[in-house]
Design a protein around this ligand. Structure first.
Ligand SMILES: [Fe+2]
Length: 177
């Protein structure tokens, strides 16, 4: 039913490269929260999971003299803009439906308002879910980006989410026929 599974997104070398930079454990936790919120608020959990998994894919490392420079990051960061483009390119390459790819890219773009001059944008349910799920896993001083998880365990969680999403979509489909 789904053209692209979460595990296809997760295991792609582009995701692996950037998720290892911004934190695999954080990305997975946010995807788990996003699926729970999506089911609760009747948003497609497949789209929510992909947007959540990729929400920080645009991160750049802000080091000054070997130390993380939080001030520099806060001033100049555009990770949501970079992430939206990266996520979109990756999803299209994987064969994702174009409308889904656009929705996911927009949710990545708006998961934080830290870089926006005007913070009064009205978010869709999906966009709100991704930003709430992100906040649910946030730790002070960006510590959530450094939490580690073994690859095996990460893969297990991702495949578990795929199963949950498939079951949910199948039961929604049954209700509709
Ligand atoms: Fe995040």
């Amino acid at each position: 039913m789904r053209r692209v599974k979460l595990v296809d997104v997760f295991t792609h070398p582009i995701s692996q490269k950037y998720l290892n930079r911004s934190g695999v454990a954080h990305a997975i936790k946010v995807a788990q929260y996003a699926v729970q919120l999506a089911v609760k608020h009747e948003v497609n959990p497949d789209i929510a999971a992909k947007a959540a998994l990729l929400h920080d894919i645009g991160h750049y490392e802000w080091y000054t003299d070997g130390e993380w420079d939080f001030e520099e990051y806060k001033k100049n960061d555009i990770h949501a803009i970079k992430g939206a483009e990266r996520a979109h390119r990756l999803l299209i390459r994987l064969g994702e439906d174009r409308q889904n790819a656009k929705e996911i890219a927009l949710a990545v773009l708006l998961h934080t308002d830290s870089y926006l001059p005007d913070k009064t944008i009205k978010k869709t349910s999906l966009q709100q879910i991704i930003s709430s799920a992100d906040e649910m896993d946030e730790e002070p001083f960006g510590k959530h980006h450094y939490r580690r998880i073994p690859l095996e365990e990460a893969l297990h969680h991702v495949m578990q989410l795929d199963k949950e999403i498939d079951l949910h979509l199948m039961s929604e489909y049954r209700k509709s026929v």
